[in-house]
Write a protein that binds this ligand. Structure first.
Ligand code: C2E
Ligand code: MG
Ligand code: MG
Ligand code: MG
Length: 287
């Protein structure tokens, strides 16, 4: 009987696995139609100058407004796109939308505002990417230095020869490059000196450890020092508390990003925020 019960559980488990696989396949098929159905939307999270509290740029973060499941985050659906060329279409769509939105907002504000977009490894390897990026930027009337492409360490290392070429080409167009989630993977500090990078985004695991771990604080400081020496901008990701904010600034990070400063939000909310005075960092740090 015990054996039968075991078999019963195995059958149930099998059934659940199959159901999950079917669910993923359904979602993948829906994702293929999501673009033409205008279900892919872009949210924005400000990058804030840690000295002045001014919003200097916004990162575009992809969302899927699913007809029945609601608003889905990248972790829920991007893995379904990353093993096919669909990811390239999605990334290019977000880049185009971000250039347009940020270009309009920057002109309304009368100052340069940066658009930061995320490219996956597969997208970077697309032979038409640089052309597409260039036309997205110029159609939107965005200055080259106001567009930053974010690439994670892991994407960078997947195929360094190919990604390196794409990065050089983007650099020739004067588009800026940022290493995303720095410190989470295996990038050696020396990559910072070899790749045409203009910004380092410290992974939020570091930001969130600086107020508890002296070792992590020392790491943040030395990365920020090296970045500064190389003329790069350092961004602290995932700032959630006042002490993280203060320590990130004191450790030499130029820009901050995180729920404490602003959560990712729809374009309309970004417009509202951008028209308000700079964030009062001293007030925010007390939260
Ligand atoms: P990322 O580029 O490192 O983006 C930062 C992620 O951290 C975002 O999650 C953001 O909502 C979240 N975040 C921001 N501040 C905080 C904070 O204070 N605390 C915490 N716990 N989280 C914070 P999201 O939007 O879910 O995106 C996850 C990842 O998906 C991104 O990480 C990026 O790697 C990828 N992604 C997002 N949009 C795109 C895109 O258009 N193309 C590609 N290829 N990847 C994208
Ligand atoms: Mg990013
Ligand atoms: Mg990141
Ligand atoms: Mg990330």
């Amino acid at each position: 009987a015990a054996k039968d019960a075991g078999r019963g559980r195995a059958v149930l488990f099998d059934e659940r696995m199959r159901e999950r696989a079917r669910g993923r396949m359904r979602l993948r098929a829906e994702l293929h139609r999501a673009l033409e159905r205008h279900e892919i939307v872009v949210h924005y999270q400000p990058l804030v100058d840690l000295r002045t509290g001014a919003m200097v740029a916004a990162e575009a973060l992809m969302r899927w407004q699913h007809p029945t499941m609601g608003l889905l985050a990248p972790d829920d659906f991007l893995p379904l796109a990353q093993d096919s060329d669909l990811i390239i279409e999605l990334d290019e769509h977000v880049a185009r939308q971000a250039c347009t939105d940020i270009g309009v907002l920057g002109r309304a504000l009368g100052r340069g505002l940066g658009a930061w977009v995320n490219y996956s490894a597969r997208t970077l390897a697309s032979p038409t990417l640089c052309k597409v990026t260039e036309s997205a930027r110029s159609d939107a009337g965005l200055a080259p230095e106001d567009l930053t492409v974010e690439v994670t360490e892991n994407a960078l290392l997947e195929d360094l020869a190919t990604t390196g070429r794409a990065l050089q080409e983007l650099r020739r167009q004067h588009v800026r490059l940022a290493i995303d989630d720095f410190g989470a993977g295996h990038t050696a500090l020396t990559y910072l000196t070899r790749l045409p990078v203009s910004a380092v985004k410290l992974d939020r695991s570091f930001t969130q450890a600086i107020d508890t771990s002296p070792v992590d604080r020392a790491v943040v400081r030395s990365v920020a020092d090296l970045a500064r020496a190389l003329g790069l901008v350092t961004v602290a990701e995932g700032v959630e508390t006042g002490s993280q904010l203060n320590l990130a600034a004191a450790s030499g990070c130029h820009l901050g990003q995180g729920y404490l400063l602003s959560r990712p939000a729809e374009y309309g909310s970004l417009i509202d925020l951008a028209h308000r005075p700079a964030i009062d960092l001293r007030e925010v740090a007390l939260r």
